[in-house]
Design a protein. Structure first.
Length: 274
């Protein structure tokens, strides 16, 4: 759909759930997660519509893809080795490379390429005092290697992303059971909360691999830096909203009977939901 919520268009119609969508830099292809009853795969489909192609299937689950700024590779989470780790592959599904190596119960999830293509942002419960309620934001080089912790004792369960200049990060944390949006500098400093949704925001339980959630989830920064799009149910149903990075001008973009959860932006001013 357009950035103001108009001109919605459906491009997939398969059974199951299509989620975690991301566009290639040229805007021509959507890469996404196809979630079925017992597994999930990384898929791609032309933005104009057509037959989806499967790029990767894990042991049970491969999910949350993100396309590199040059359009050459896809980073994603998979349980290929029995534990959720971060992998990359070429945009056509070849040259699979595992970037992280940890043991259960530690998980590393939700990779996002930096705008310059040098770093991957992700979340993990490694080194947490309370892993069930703490999951922090880390970065590592695009080809793997030494990682750097950026936050401490937040609970980032539902995605994260970069500002278009790579200087800031938007992420999410759970406060008193409700998702709120956070902004921080790319070096981990300057953490501040930009939403304050009510503690009585209802819990949403989609089932399957999707966790219970309430409030803000899946934030994504617009290419021009002016807006952050995200999903939230603080108004009742999960809908798509946008907000200024300073926390002002909160605007609802969708109003449907179904739940909209996954948000990403196209290379110009097109935003998409799934």
């Amino acid at each position: 759909m357009s950035a103001d919520g108009s001109i919605e268009r459906q491009i997939t119609s398969a059974n199951g759930v299509q989620a975690h969508s991301t566009l290639t830099p040229d805007g021509a292809t959507v890469v996404y997660t196809q979630v079925n009853a017992n597994n999930s795969s990384i898929m791609s489909v032309p933005r104009a519509g057509g037959t989806p192609s499967e790029l990767n299937r894990g042991s049970d689950w491969s999910l949350v893809p993100n396309v590199s700024p040059d359009g050459a590779r896809v980073a994603f989470t998979s349980d290929v080795d029995g534990n959720y780790e971060i992998y990359t592959m070429t945009i056509d599904g070849f040259d699979l490379q595992q970037l992280t190596f940890t043991d259960l119960p530690i998980q590393r999830v939700g990779p996002k390429y930096s705008p310059d293509g040098l770093l991957i942002l992700y979340a993990t419960d490694e080194d947490e005092i309370d892993p069930a309620n703490e999951q922090d934001v880390w970065v590592m080089p695009t080809k793997g290697g030494a990682d750097t912790r950026l936050t401490t004792t937040i609970n980032d369960r539902e995605s994260r992303g970069w500002s278009p200049d790579g200087m800031q990060i938007v992420t999410q944390t759970v406060v008193n059971g409700v998702g709120q949006l956070l902004i921080l500098n790319a070096d981990g400093s300057g953490l501040r909360q930009i939403t304050d949704f009510a503690a009585n925001t209802p819990m949403f339980s989609p089932g399957g691999i999707f966790p219970n959630m309430a409030g803000a989830v899946t934030p994504a920064w617009s290419p021009n830096g002016d807006w952050i799009a995200f999903a939230s149910n603080h108004g009742g149903n999960y809908e798509i909203y946008r907000i200024r990075p300073d926390g002002s001008a909160l605007t609802r973009l969708t109003q449907t009977s179904e739940a909209e959860l996954s948000v990403s932006w196209g290379p110009s001013t097109t935003t998409r939901t799934s």
